[in-house]
Write a protein that binds this ligand. Sequence first.
Ligand SMILES: Cc1cc2nc3c(=O)[nH]c(=O)nc-3n(C[C@H](O)[C@H](O)[C@H](O)COP(=O)(O)O)c2cc1C
Length: 164
Amino acid sequence: MGSRDAAFDTIVATTDYPVCIVTTVAGQDMAGCLVGFAGQMSIEPRRFLVALSKSNYTYSVAQRAEHLAVHLPDKDNLALAELFGRETGSAVDKFAHCEWRVGPHGLPILTAAAAWFTGAILQRHDFGDHEGTLLELTAAGTPDPSVTGLRYHDVADLSPGHSA
Ligand SMILES: Cc1cc2nc3c(=O)[nH]c(=O)nc-3n(C[C@H](O)[C@H](O)[C@H](O)COP(=O)(O)O)c2cc1C
């Protein structure tokens, strides 16, 4: 890695961006992973972009999916973030190790997560080693106003289940 890339990585890490857990379903297959590359892209209509690593199991299922669920893990949800960020659905059934229920569009909603919303996949864009998935908001749970979301520095020491 050159000094330019190292400087960029340090600058981005300094922003201490929020992380979320994205889940999806296609047929009988459920998947989900911890995501840091995500954010709101439009107010009217409300649109949100999620970037999924092409090497992730979640990406392979999302290719066949029509919707994603985006969960906001609270500071109390570190174990949940570790499950979805450290393990891979290629080897582990993550949903056998956490509480979830069937939500809108048949999506798995993680009941321990402090907040969640769902979106319909409008567009997919090749960004490089990640693919951008643009969502249009379809449903949202009422969040606890005291939620303190997990951020990059809370999970920076996790070894991802798949390298990007
Ligand atoms: C801090 C952090 C941020 C991450 N951000 C993303 C991301 O934006 N997109 C992504 O696809 N994976 C991201 N990952 C990696 C996945 O969460 C991880 O590889 C996971 O184990 C993949 O699970 P899967 O193979 O079941 O999809 C991140 C991991 C960490 C620790």
